[in-house]
Design a protein around this ligand. Structure first.
Ligand SMILES: C[S@@+](CC[C@H](N)C(=O)[O-])C[C@H]1O[C@@H](n2cnc3c(N)ncnc32)[C@H](O)[C@@H]1O
Length: 204
């Protein structure tokens, strides 16, 4: 947050797709009010047990605006990621920060989506290989067109369940800290050209 220039206020945070709230718990003491959502009933129960206010996945945005929104490892698990990104931009308080974590290589899998085949209704245009290239594509072709500006990004290891050959798979989890661009009604509708890279800073 320091690297992104965020100075508060630290009133409200919402963690979307928070799972059991283990990550939310690490930052909850920083805020006066902590909200969370999850589409899974057992996860909502776990979140409520931690005393977070659990919001409905279909109208969580009505409780905003929020000073901070966490969207950690959700864009590749939800049915309509582009619709969600637009909601995120609209629900951020002025000067607020959106934190998105995305496992790369991007591989969407929707547990219970409208299509019924675990594929999302909306695709994000991340088709390239190589981490740095994917990060640039996410910033330029996913965030920028919806009026979200990347301020800093970093990466962490992401461990997920493996198979018979190896217990864990090691993937990259890229963390983006974003702000809503002013005058989002003027947001870019045209595809972003290859040479229009943002000046977003990587932090280790
Ligand atoms: C990969 S887990 C990430 C959990 C946690 N955010 C983390 O990073 O450890 C994705 C979570 O998103 C939830 N989820 C999927 N679609 C959702 C939606 N549309 N709204 C809220 N939660 C959703 C799933 O139930 C699951 O708990």
């Amino acid at each position: 947050m320091d690297a992104s220039g965020f100075r508060g206020p630290w009133d409200t945070v919402v963690d979307l797709g928070a799972g059991d709230g283990a990550t939310t718990a690490h930052i909850s003491h920083l805020f006066k009010k902590v909200y969370a959502t999850d589409v899974s009933a057992p996860m909502r129960w776990a979140l409520a047990r931690r005393k977070f206010t659990v919001l409905n996945v279909n109208n969580w945005d009505k409780t905003g605006p929020f000073n901070m929104i966490l969207c950690l490892n959700l864009l590749d698990r939800c049915d309509r990621p582009n619709t969600l990104l637009n909601q995120l931009r609209d629900t951020l308080a002025p000067g607020g920060r959106l934190v998105v974590a995305l496992v790369l290589p991007f591989s969407p899998y929707v547990e219970t989506g409208e299509r019924g085949d675990h594929k999302p209704m909306e695709y994000l245009p991340i088709r390239v290989s190589g981490l740095e290239e994917q990060v640039a594509t996410v910033i330029d072709s996913v965030f920028k067109p919806v009026g979200l500006r990347c301020l800093v990004w970093s990466k962490l290891p992401y461990l997920c369940e493996g198979d018979l050959r190896q217990a864990y798979c090691f993937l990259e989890d890229v963390i983006f800290v974003l702000e809503a661009e002013e005058g989002t009604e003027q947001r870019i509708k045209e595809p972003i050209k290859e040479n229009e890279r943002t000046g977003c800073v990587k932090k280790d």
